[in-house]
Write a protein that binds this ligand. Structure first.
Ligand SMILES: [Zn+2]
Length: 252
């Protein structure tokens, strides 16, 4: 639509110089808004699949540890639980994953969860295949740790090694993703950074067809980590930190 103005400029409201100032400020704001929208639109192209680790009941029936593998592993293990809070890993991972989804959507990403409830039965391989079906650019798996040593605390992330028999071609990018997510996560939460662990024993990593990481949020066996992670406010920080890490990975 084109609007024609018949009115004359009378300069009553402002001098020409003022008009220029107003005009340029408006232009600047419009440009800023446009660039924000552009960044958001670009992120929308990125699909992130979040896998809240475990489920209410474990499934000890077996599946190959990777495509074409002879080695078998339980479809879903039981996970750990909070030493003080009693919170189950499958509950914590779902709470944090939902917050992470919310945060990433706010930032413009397209996000899917592999599960939205506790009462599901989805094997680790199936979760990775779900990510592939959704066209994920990033697959982030959320877990929490447990140790017999109550003093052990902090976060770590996991990525395939360069010699992974199933996911070697994704190893470098997955390691980069793991590093970014862990770094920003620890920065936001103050959790101790235990570094990136390279592993070829995780079905959900081996079956992945895109950059993948497991974020181990902290140790549920450590009273301090456990009580921090139970808190709603802390969980928000966890989600923000992980999202910052994904932002950082995407920018590269
Ligand atoms: Zn776990």
């Amino acid at each position: 639509m084109i609007l024609y103005f018949a009115g004359k400029e009378d300069g009553r409201d402002s001098s020409p110089a003022d008009k220029r100032t107003i005009f340029s400020e408006e232009t600047r704001q419009k440009a800023e808004q446009k660039s924000k929208e552009k960044v958001k639109a670009e992120k929308k192209k990125y699909v992130v699949v979040i896998d809240p680790g475990h489920q209410r009941k474990q499934d000890q029936s077996q599946e190959p540890i990777g495509p074409g593998a002879k080695e078998m592993k339980s479809k879903v293990s039981s996970g750990t639980s909070g030493i003080v809070s009693g919170l189950n890993e499958y509950e914590l991972t779902l709470m944090v994953s939902k917050k992470l989804k919310k945060e990433l959507v706010k930032r413009g990403y397209t996000v899917y969860l592999t599960r939205k409830r506790a009462d599901v039965n989805i094997s680790n391989a199936k979760r990775a295949k779900f990510a592939e079906k959704k066209g994920a650019d990033i697959f982030i798996r959320i877990h929490a740790n447990g140790s017999r040593d109550y003093a052990v605390r902090g976060a770590l992330s996991m990525a395939p090694s360069n010699n992974n028999p199933y996911a070697a071609r994704l190893a470098k990018q997955s390691q980069e993703l793991s590093k970014s997510v862990l770094k920003e996560y620890c920065k936001a939460t103050g959790m101790k950074n235990r570094g990136v662990t390279l592993t070829d024993q995780m079905s959900g990593i081996n079956w992945a067809a895109m950059p993948v990481t497991i974020l181990e949020l902290g140790f549920l066996s450590n009273p301090k980590d456990d009580m921090s992670m139970k808190s709603e406010r802390f969980q928000k920080k966890m989600a923000e930190g992980a999202a910052n890490g994904i932002d950082r990975f995407v920018k590269k």
